[in-house]
Design a protein around this ligand. Structure first.
Ligand SMILES: Cc1cn([C@H]2C[C@H](O)[C@@H](COP(=O)(O)OP(=O)(O)O[C@H]3O[C@@H](C)C(=O)[C@@H](O)[C@H]3O)O2)c(=O)[nH]c1=O
Length: 183
């Protein structure tokens, strides 16, 4: 398992080892003990989520659950590829409002660990992209919050084709200046 810290050091990229042979590969996609040894963290995941986005350029996000239902997430892409983004919404953080991003895909097997206190979203880079992620708190619709993916203040370098399809909720999401629930 290879771990890389991003410019916001609490967000990690994790690339599990792949054992390749004539059949294909084998990989441990989650190993609690190893994750703890390497990061010092021991998130308690309670729910696994899986989404399929048919079109390239689909944007989902930016989403978070407000306290006390905040979620840390461990995101991976077994089919296709995404540009995955995390935005720091921790009020006291020196990197408040800043974002980090990475390409996650079936080729690299890389995962992003997004801690509590961040909004999360992605743009699909290929058709029929599937995203699977573990979360540390159950879905709580009352605490579901959105931040507009294209808010210019965030300066996220989305690809030109981003936003070809998105949900009504995401198209109506407020900008950072209008958010009231931070961490
Ligand atoms: C997130 C979620 C949604 N749902 C339902 C509610 C709704 O009817 C349907 C689709 O929900 P959404 O439109 O919010 O799905 P989606 O836009 O894919 O939401 C996800 O986006 C990514 C970026 C995240 O980080 C996730 O935490 C989650 O917010 O699924 C659940 O039952 N459980 C869940 O945990």
């Amino acid at each position: 398992m290879y771990i890389e810290r991003l410019p916001i050091p609490d967000v990690f990229l994790i690339t599990p080892r792949r054992f390749s042979d004539a059949r294909g590969f084998f990989s441990e996609t989650w190993n609690r003990r190893l994750f703890h040894e390497i990061t010092g963290l021991d998130p308690e995941f309670v729910q696994d989520n899986h989404s399929l986005s048919r079109e390239r350029g689909t944007v989902r996000g930016l989403h978070y659950q407000a306290a006390p239902q905040a979620q840390a997430k461990l995101v991976r892409v077994p089919r296709g590829a995404i540009m995955d983004v995390a935005v720091d919404l921790r009020r006291e953080s020196p990197t408040f409002g800043r974002s980090v991003w990475a390409i996650l895909g079936e080729e690299n097997g890389t995962q992003m660990y997004v801690p509590e206190g961040f909004a999360h979203g992605f743009c699909t880079l290929e058709t029929n992209t599937e995203v699977i992620y573990k979360v540390t708190s159950y879905y709580a619709p009352d605490c579901d919050r959105s931040l507009h993916w294209k808010d210019p203040v965030l300066s996220i370098p989305w690809p030109d084709f981003a936003g070809s399809i998105l949900s009504d909720k995401d198209s109506r999401a407020p900008s950072l200046a209008k958010l009231t629930d931070f961490f």
